[in-house]
Write a protein that binds this ligand. Structure first.
Ligand SMILES: [Zn+2]
Length: 485
């Protein structure tokens, strides 16, 4: 189904909705997760921890969202983290230069291009303000960080535009106190903030958003000595370069040089295996190898993990080989030592980053799993059972004759262990359909027979099959079916 269908589901079933929506001064680009969205997000992150963090023996930290000015001096964000913008002379509206030019004239100019390129394209194609038809001032750079004032003196600091800076700043302490050994992955989940000029499409371009970032610190001379490579060498990945689109195993990608080394290939491999388990259609994914002009200012090698949706290809993860850019800049600025020992060798580690957008990933999971089952007149969110916001609905057929009490009793038995939803009211068919829409893999119904023989009906979401099982079998059946793979 498409973007509008997902939006309708999100608003009506508690996945996400606009922030501050009751007030007219609510700003665009801020959204809240409702109970279904939070439950899905938590389960998605548990899968991420299983498939990436624990699998690879990484560490996880939780850093501050407000960080000092020095951090972003050193990181280059104060100087470089800017979007090209153009302002209308007449109505004073501001637009992203690259997007406006692309929308009006279909000319693609990378956002990191020189400002004259935008001015030239505007002149040559006679591009005018989309709102009033006015002319544009020359293109300018707009820094996307949110500045905050600390204390009564309002000393300048910034909301982090990416979570990874605390990982770099904390690296010397973590390596020492946690007995680090290269290669070492350090991860963080949290909010980041970017003052986007034109936030849009709900979760797809936000000003306040969730990232799950992993920074892998490595010895740059050992990028082909990857012990775990055999685990993913046969994993199939899809790669789009400037000249070709290929489907091959990680091993073949390294042998043909499309991926420069086993180290990068290993992480692209485990990332692919993770997304496959989220239930997105992995055949609609690709790693797009970025050209020089498209890469972020700190990246040497960059692959964007993209997934096709009804609103186009979405970038869900940026995989950047940042070399020693971050550590050497923080070392210079702070005068701290960032070199570590790798066996007997003293090295300034290089960094490979797997920077995941959580919000976009959740959107994609919803879109890829939502379908219209016309034959049975129902909308089904066919999520993997371990990601479902609700594992099981517990329903009484009718409230009378002691069925309500029996239903409450079963609900009490399982509600601490599973996400269970108790529902006593309405037609049973309609209650089933609501559960289908939030992706609950099971619905359990208590009827008169339950009181006689201790059995209930369990209905499966995807097949709509119903069978009778003993109440005592319920726990193990739900446990097995909702376990992570
Ligand atoms: Zn205008």
């Amino acid at each position: 189904m498409n973007y509008e269908d997902v939006m309708k589901l999100a608003l009506e079933r508690g996945f996400y909705f606009p922030s501050c929506e009751i007030y007219p001064d609510a700003q665009a680009g801020f959204w809240e997760y409702g109970p279904s969205g939070v439950s899905l997000k938590n389960k998605f992150l548990e899968l991420w921890r299983r498939e990436l963090i624990r699998r690879d023996g990484m560490m996880e930290i939780d850093g501050s969202q407000i960080m000092s000015k020095s951090v972003f001096d050193a990181s280059g964000h104060l100087g470089n983290f800017a979007d090209p913008i153009i302002k209308c002379v007449k109505c004073k509206s501001t637009f992203r230069a690259d997007r406006t030019i692309a929308e009006i004239s279909k000319i693609e100019i990378p956002e990191s291009a020189d400002l004259e390129e935008f001015d030239n394209a505007i002149l040559k194609n006679n591009i005018k303000c989309p709102k009033c038809g006015g002319d544009f001032e020359n293109a300018k750079k707009f820094n996307m960080m949110f500045k905050v004032g600390i204390g009564p003196e309002e000393e300048p600091a910034y909301l982090r535009p990416e979570t990874c800076q605390s990982i770099f700043v904390d690296f010397p302490r973590l390596f020492k106190t946690m007995r680090g050994k290269l290669p070492l992955g350090i991860a963080q989940v949290g909010k980041s903030f970017r003052n986007e000029i034109s936030p849009r499409q709900s979760l797809l371009r936000l000003r306040e958003f969730y990232q799950a970032e992993i920074e892998v610190f490595c010895n740059p001379t050992k990028l082909d000595q990857m012990e775990n490579f055999s685990e993913i060498q046969d994993t199939v990945i899809r790669i789009l370069t400037s000249s070709e689109s290929v489907v091959m195993t990680c091993k073949e990608a390294v042998e043909t040089g499309i991926i420069p080394n086993k180290f990068v290939a290993y992480y692209l491999g485990i990332l692919t295996e993770f997304y496959d388990k989220t239930g997105i259609d992995i055949t609609k994914s690709r790693f797009r190898k970025l050209g020089n002009k498209e890469k972020a200012f700190y990246a040497q090698i960059a692959f964007d993990f993209e997934v096709e949706t009804t609103v186009g290809w979405l970038e869900l993860v940026a995989c950047n080989y940042r070399s020693d850019y971050d550590l050497s800049n923080h070392a210079k600025k702070s005068k701290e030592k960032f070199e570590v020992m790798d066996n007997d060798e003293k090295v300034l580690p290089h960094v490979f980053e797997i920077s995941m957008g959580i919000d976009r990933s959740l959107y994609t999971i919803l879109e890829h799993n939502l379908y219209d089952d016309k034959e049975h007149e129902r909308i089904v969110l066919s999520l993997k059972p371990y990601l479902s916001p609700i594992h099981v609905g517990i329903l009484s057929l009718v409230k009378k004759d002691g069925l309500k009490e029996k239903t409450d009793e079963i609900y009490l038995q399982i509600k601490r262990k599973y996400d269970a939803f108790l529902d006593h009211s309405g037609a049973i068919g309609r209650r089933y359909r609501r559960l289908d829409e939030v992706g609950a893999p099971f619905a359990v119904t208590v009827d008169h027979q339950t009181l006689q023989d201790g059995t209930v009906t369990i209905r499966k979401r995807d097949s709509m099959e119903q069978e009778r099982i003993k109440i005592s079998e319920l726990d193990s059946l739900i446990a097995e079916s909702t376990a992570y793979p």
